[in-house]
Design a protein around this ligand. Structure first.
Ligand SMILES: Nc1nc2c(c(=O)[nH]1)N[C@H]1C(S)=C(S)[C@@H](COP(=O)(O)OP(=O)(O)OC[C@H]3O[C@@H](n4cnc5c(N)ncnc54)[C@H](O)[C@@H]3O)O[C@H]1N2
Ligand code: MOO
Length: 408
């Protein structure tokens, strides 16, 4: 952000709050909000949401005794008198009398009286097509009995479960057309900095905006992103953009450091925001902040996460403050921390926690080069960010690793 003389307003609040540890800051972000209210969504619209209520079965599964194989439904020991026709999936058949058999397809409802299914490769039909012979299958063989997977009314998944493609499939199988999920937070990204370019290489002292391409897809994983807006380095424009944003969570980049160009603190102070976190004992990213904005006109609570402009510092701020807040708003259950073993020494900061891009082996984490605050080269090669406590970690120590989002 360019240096500029403040035009109006109260001085920044920098230093008004004690600096929390990295763990304290993350906990503050995690507990700053409550899950957004439940809404009903068609299955086709529910991916990426989180269940607001338990997912219960609307039916037994399977809903009826089902053939697990293509072959014949048989009643009693063979050989069997073969009945005309066959029963396909989606059709129903008259009951089977003892000593008879009926051709059946995988997934078809068994006729009442069936004792087992004889697989097609295990049976022979006499030339006239009236008698089926083959070794008598054990009772129940190749039958998927009604209710094998669940009974109607049984809880299949708890609230807090993320809706994945597999969850959608299970919900459909269990008879649901719509499911109760938490509303996803609306998120807006405001990118500050007159020095930023949208295309081509850096020139004339200006640099490419690396954060819109990085944060837009990342934030889409945790909310409904209205878009990314470039805000010129002008105090009034920033204040107006924050005040008028329709988002539940406004995420800004740049403009967090103390100084005469620190429009963000001044804008938040003038808007009556309440600082929850104002700088964190973490490197990179220590100027990151989280504030509660005054409620929206419709009464919705709103937050602003201020990410530092240095790209890896912005990533650290997203992992520390934005992800926990969005997880909570989405109603997502807390994931267990993932722990690895330091393959070699993990360098630390003397007083602050360090977030370090690492490469992961089966159980090990190894620091990558190019992990400076203004760099993305190490991060782009990494499998995650190691949380290295003050003073660093010796080889063989356990270390928590935060995942960074990836499409697959
Ligand atoms: N006197 C002090 N100066 C600084 C301090 C401090 O404590 N005292 N902290 C430093 C640290 S640490 C960081 S991190 C940065 C944070 O700065 P801001 O959040 O105010 O960000 P800017 O000044 O706007 O930009 C910093 C740096 O990042 C580049 N940048 C910004 N946005 C983008 C983007 N979208 N894509 C790529 N690069 C971006 C910008 O050009 C600057 O180089 O402050 C230090 N200073
Ligand atoms: O904390 Mo700054 O984020 O070191 O670059």
């Amino acid at each position: 952000m360019d240096l500029a003389t403040p035009t109006s307003g109260t001085p920044p609040q920098v230093g008004a709050l004690p600096t929390p540890t990295w763990a304290q800051a993350r906990e503050t972000a995690r507990t700053a909000a409550r899950a957004l209210p439940a809404v009903a969504r068609d299955l086709a619209e529910a991916l990426g949401h989180v269940l607001a209520e338990p997912l219960t079965a609307r039916t037994d599964l399977p809903a009826f005794d089902t053939s697990a194989m293509d072959g014949w439904a048989v009643a009693g020991p063979g050989p069997w008198r073969l009945r005309d026709g066959r029963v396909l999936a989606g059709a129903r058949a008259e009951p089977l009398a003892d000593g008879t058999a009926l051709g059946i397809a995988t997934g078809a409802e068994l006729p009442p009286g069936t004792t087992a299914v004889l697989r097609r490769e295990d049976g022979q039909v006499d030339p006239p097509g009236t008698t089926l012979s083959g070794r008598t299958p054990a009772p129940g063989r190749d039958i998927r009995p009604r209710g094998q997977e669940c009974r109607a009314g049984q809880v299949l998944l708890p609230p807090g479960t993320a809706v994945t493609p597999a969850v959608l499939g299970l919900a459909a199988a269990a008879g649901h057309d719509r499911i109760a999920v938490h509303r996803r937070p609306v998120v807006e990204l405001l990118v500050l900095g007159d020095e930023l370019l949208d295309s081509g290489p850096p020139r004339d002292g200006r640099v490419r905006d690396a954060l819109s391409p990085l944060l837009v897809p990342w934030l889409r994983c945790g909310g409904e992103l209205t878009g990314s807006r470039r805000i010129p380095d002008e105090f009034d424009l920033l204040r107006t953009a924050i005040a008028g944003s329709p988002a539940d969570v406004v995420v800004t980049t740049g403009g967090t450091a103390a100084g005469p160009a620190d429009f963000l603190h001044r804008a938040l102070t003038e808007l009556g925001a309440r600082f929850l976190v104002d700088s964190v004992a973490v490197r990179p990213g220590h100027p990151m902040l989280l504030a509660e904005l005054p409620p929206a006109p419709d009464g919705r609570a709103r937050w602003l996460a201020g990410l530092p402009g240095n790209p890896l510092a912005a990533v650290a701020g997203t992992a520390t403050l934005v992800q926990p807040l969005l997880n909570r708003l989405n109603g997502r259950a807390e994931a267990e921390p993932r722990r690895f073993t330091a393959a070699a020494e993990l360098p630390g900061h003397p007083r602050d926690t360090k977030l370090l891009p690492v490469e992961l082996g089966a159980n090990t984490a190894t620091a990558l080069p190019f992990g400076g605050p203004a760099m993305l080269r190490g991060l782009a090669l990494s499998d995650g960010l190691a949380v290295v406590p003050p003073g660093g970690l010796a080889a063989g120590s356990a270390v928590e690793v935060l995942g960074t989002p990836r499409p697959w």
